[in-house]
Structures are given as C-alpha cells and as structure tokens.
Ligand binder design. Structure first.
Ligand code: HEM
Length: 248
C-alpha cells in the first residue's frame, strides 16, 4: 500500500487534466469533477483499493498462468513443437500475433485452456456470504453462511474430462481438431461475481503465449526439469524454476 500511496502522490503532483496518462490520472480527474458530491464515492482510499485490485486480481493471475505455461511446455516439448508449428503456419515470423489469429489456431487455443485447467490458479475464488436462506442440492444454506466455491471440483471432475489429472489439450479439441468449448471449464468462476477481467485475461494469455513461442523455444536447464507441484499462496503457483529461452 505504501508503494501505491507514493505513486498516487506523485501523480497528484504531476497531474495535468489535459493529458491523462493512465488510470490514476483519469480517476483524479473524475474525483475533481465530483468533488461536491459526497455520495459519488471517488476518493483516494477507493482509488488505492481499485489499483490494488487491478494489480492483485489482474496482474498476478495472468503472470502466474504464463509461468504455468512455461512449466507445462518444458515438461511437454512435443506439445510445444505442435504449438510452434501452428504459429508458423498461421502467423509466421514476420508479424506479431493478433486476436484475429485465435479462431485459426485451435490447437494453441486448446493448449492455453488446458494450462488454465491444470493450473487451477485461483482455487477458492473470493469468499461470499448467503444473503438469505437458500437450498442447494438438497442442503440448507442459512442466511449469513460463508461460502467458497472450489473450482477444482469442476476443473478436475472425473465425469467431465477424459484424463482429469493429466495435461491433455485434446480435452478442448473435437475429432476434426477444431476447438470445442467445455461447460466444466470454469477457471474464471461463474455467475454474478464471475471474474470481471475474463475477456482481458483471455486476450493477454493468447497474445503473450503466442508471442513467446513465436520468438523462443523454451527448454529446461539440464537436470532441472521444472516441477508440476503446486505452491499454495494467493494463487496456486509453480515452484521457482530456471529456463533456457533459445531464440528461434
Ligand atoms: C488468468 C487470469 C485470471 C483468472 C484465472 C481469474 C480468476 C478469477 C476468479 C476465479 C475470480 C473469483 C470469482 C468469484 O469470486 O467467484 C475473479 C474475480 C475477479 N477478477 Fe479475475 N482472473 C484473472 C484475471 C483477471 C484480470 C486480468 C482482471 C482485471 C484486470 C481481473 C479482475 C477481477 C475482479 C475485479 C474480480 C472480482 C469480481 C467480483 O467480485 O465481482 N481478473 N477472477
């Protein structure tokens, strides 16, 4: 929080309403516009929490998923090769990937989905509280009960996935190799409080993932294959690892 406070103070000193540089500048403009309305809710405390939200919910999640991507691609080099073959065929080496490429890259899309399924990076979501008595699957959930949704229950459901505990991009491909959506794929949770950044995150993952493997081949440092074991924290992340990134 101290780091964020200092950033906000710096922005306040340099603030020029005619030249908003980023989210903080835009928020400061809104605060000024609404300064006579105490109910508008624009204040420094809310600004700090919003930035924290973007950093924690928005940065940590995508970067942890990308770390899992490197770990899985090093553990499954034959899958990495197939991804690179699709990148070379659809995008080539002379331009950067764009979102328009995604529909033409079912294999890569399936691999990214499988990384998210196995990564299961946000296993408990945010705790919720029942606002009234409710019944779910025959169980009474009294008003006031704290509730966590365990996303692993669907991401690793034996009735939903051919090989729930094994990394297998075929989970997201039909018999013709076309991408197929799966109802049990819920790493962003579901319902009213589904991840607000899902679409942004899915774009980030596609663009970073394809850019990485367009430019580099990733392999383990000899004798140091990155572990697939999970380290529990704010997110489920991989253990620390070293990587050899060889330009292609
Ligand atoms: C791979 C990336 C991401 C994953 C797996 C992920 C997953 C999730 C999950 C599971 C939730 C909890 C939903 C619940 O409480 O049931 C959530 C909430 C949220 N996420 Fe994400 N997220 C990702 C990226 C992002 C990004 C990039 C942003 C914003 C820039 C973001 C913003 C949020 C916010 C604001 C919430 C709270 C929504 C609410 O309570 O109404 N997330 N996310």
């Amino acid at each position: 929080m101290n780091f964020l406070k200092k950033e906000v103070e710096k922005h306040q000193e340099e603030w020029n309403p005619d030249d908003p540089r980023d989210y903080i500048d835009a928020y400061l403009s809104e605060m000024k516009k609404k300064k006579d309305d105490p109910h508008a809710g624009f204040n420094i405390e809310t600004l700090l929490v919003c930035i924290l939200d973007l950093l924690e919910a928005g940065t940590e999640t995508s970067s942890t998923t990308l770390r899992w991507a490197l770990v899985y691609m090093m553990n499954y080099p034959e899958i990495q090769e197939k991804v690179q073959a699709e990148i070379d065929r659809v995008i080539g080496q002379s331009r950067q990937p764009t979102m328009a490429d995604r529909p033409n890259m079912p294999y890569t899309d399936a691999v990214i989905h499988e990384i998210q399924r196995m990564g299961n990076i946000f296993p408990l979501g945010f705790p919720k509280m029942a606002s009234k008595d409710a019944t779910l699957g025959g169980y009474l959930i009294p008003k006031g009960t704290a509730i966590n949704t365990i996303l692993a229950s669907v991401l690793f459901d034996k009735n939903e996935w051919a090989t729930p505990d094994i990394f297998n991009p075929e989970h997201f491909l039909d018999s013709e190799g076309q991408f197929c959506r799966r109802d049990a794929f819920l790493p962003f949770s579901a319902g009213k409080r589904v991840c607000l950044g899902e679409h942004l995150a899915r774009m980030e993952l596609f663009l970073f993932f394809t850019s990485f493997f367009q430019r580099f081949t990733f392999s383990p440092v000899p004798g140091e294959m990155p572990s697939l074991e999970v380290v529990l924290g704010f997110t489920n992340s991989p253990e620390e690892f070293r990587v050899l990134a060889l330009p292609r």
